[in-house]
Design a protein around this ligand. Structure first.
Ligand SMILES: [Ca+2]
Ligand SMILES: [Ca+2]
Ligand SMILES: [Ca+2]
Ligand SMILES: [Ca+2]
Length: 250
C-alpha cells in the first residue's frame, strides 16, 4: 500500500523520468540528425570532387581521341617541336646526316660533308673543284714542285733540256702547266727572261710553245689523248731553276 505522499512522489519521479527520457531522445535525435547532415555534406563534397576529376579526365580523353590535344608545332609543318629538327622552319623537319641542312634541301642527305651541288654533276660544291661547271669535277696533280717535296725544282744548267712525260686519258678535260723559271746572278735570284728559257709542251696532236711559262687550259680532245711531254731548255749562260706545276682536270 502507498501513502498519499508516497504516491505523489512516485508519480513525480515517474513523470520526471519520462520527461527526461523524452528530452534525451529528442537530444539524441537532434545529435544524430546533425551527425548525419555533417556526414552527408562531407560525402557530397567528396563526390563533387570525384565528379570534377572524372569530367576533366573525360574532356582530356575526348581531346586526345579527337586530336584536339596535340603537342606544340611552332612552325605548323605537321611535325611536333619534339621531333622536328627545324622547329622554326616549315620546309624542314629532318636532318639525317646532322650537317645542319634539312633533308629536303640537302643534295646529299646522307653525307655530312656535302649539301649543295650547284652545277648538278653529282659532285658536292665542297669537293667539286669546278662547282659551276658540270663537265669538270676535280684536278689530278701530275707534278708540283711548289707544294710536293718529292717533286723537286729543276736545276737546269746552261744549254741543258729537262723533260717530264705523263699520260692524258679520255676522261681528262684539260691540262694546266705552269713553269716559273728563275736565274741566279751573283747570288741573287731573278726572273728569267723569255729568251733565256724555252718552254714547250708536245702532245700527239702538236707542240705548243710559251716561254713565259703559263699553259692554262689546254683542252683535251680525241686528237691529243696519249703521251704529253713538257720540255724546259736553258738558253742562258747561267743556271736556271724551274718550279714546275702540272695538273689535269677531270
Ligand atoms: Ca620544321
Ligand atoms: Ca648532307
Ligand atoms: Ca657539283
Ligand atoms: Ca663541277
Amino acid at each position: 500500500m502507498f501513502s498519499v505522499q508516497g504516491d505523489y512522489l512516485y508519480s513525480l519521479t515517474v513523470k520526471n523520468k519520462c520527461q527526461c527520457s523524452a528530452q534525451n531522445r529528442d537530444f539524441k535525435d537532434m545529435f544524430l540528425r546533425k551527425e548525419l547532415l555533417h556526414y552527408y555534406k562531407a560525402e557530397a563534397k567528396v563526390m563533387r570532387k570525384i565528379a570534377i576529376i572524372l569530367i576533366v579526365l573525360m574532356f582530356i580523353g575526348i581531346g586526345f581521341l579527337s586530336g584536339c590535344v596535340t603537342e606544340a608545332d611552332t612552325d605548323g609543318d605537321g611535325y611536333s617541336d619534339k621531333v622536328d629538327a627545324f622547329p622554326n622552319d616549315p620546309t624542314e623537319w629532318k636532318d639525317s646526316d646532322s650537317d645542319g641542312h634539312g633533308d629536303n634541301s640537302d643534295a646529299f642527305p646522307n653525307n655530312s660533308t656535302e649539301w649543295k651541288d650547284t652545277d648538278g654533276d653529282g659532285y658536292g660544291d665542297n669537293s667539286d673543284k669546278f662547282p659551276d661547271d658540270s663537265n669538270l669535277h676535280y684536278f689530278i696533280r701530275i707534278f708540283d714542285s711548289n707544294i710536293v717535296e718529292s717533286d723537286p725544282k729543276w736545276n737546269i744548267s746552261s744549254g741543258e733540256i729537262k723533260r717530264y712525260t705523263w699520260q692524258v686519258t679520255s676522261d681528262c678535260k684539260y691540262v694546266t702547266v705552269i713553269v716559273d723559271a728563275g736565274k741566279m746572278v751573283n747570288g741573287t735570284q731573278y726572273q728569267a727572261f723569255a729568251d733565256e728559257v724555252n718552254i714547250s709542251i708536245r702532245n700527239p696532236e702538236k707542240t705548243i710553245e710559251n716561254n713565259y711559262g703559263q699553259f692554262q687550259r689546254i683542252t683535251v680532245t680525241t686528237e691529243n689523248w696519249g703521251e704529253w711531254t713538257l720540255s724546259v731548255k736553258n738558253n742562258a749562260n747561267f743556271e736556271i731553276v724551274a718550279i714546275v706545276s702540272i695538273y689535269v682536270a677531270k
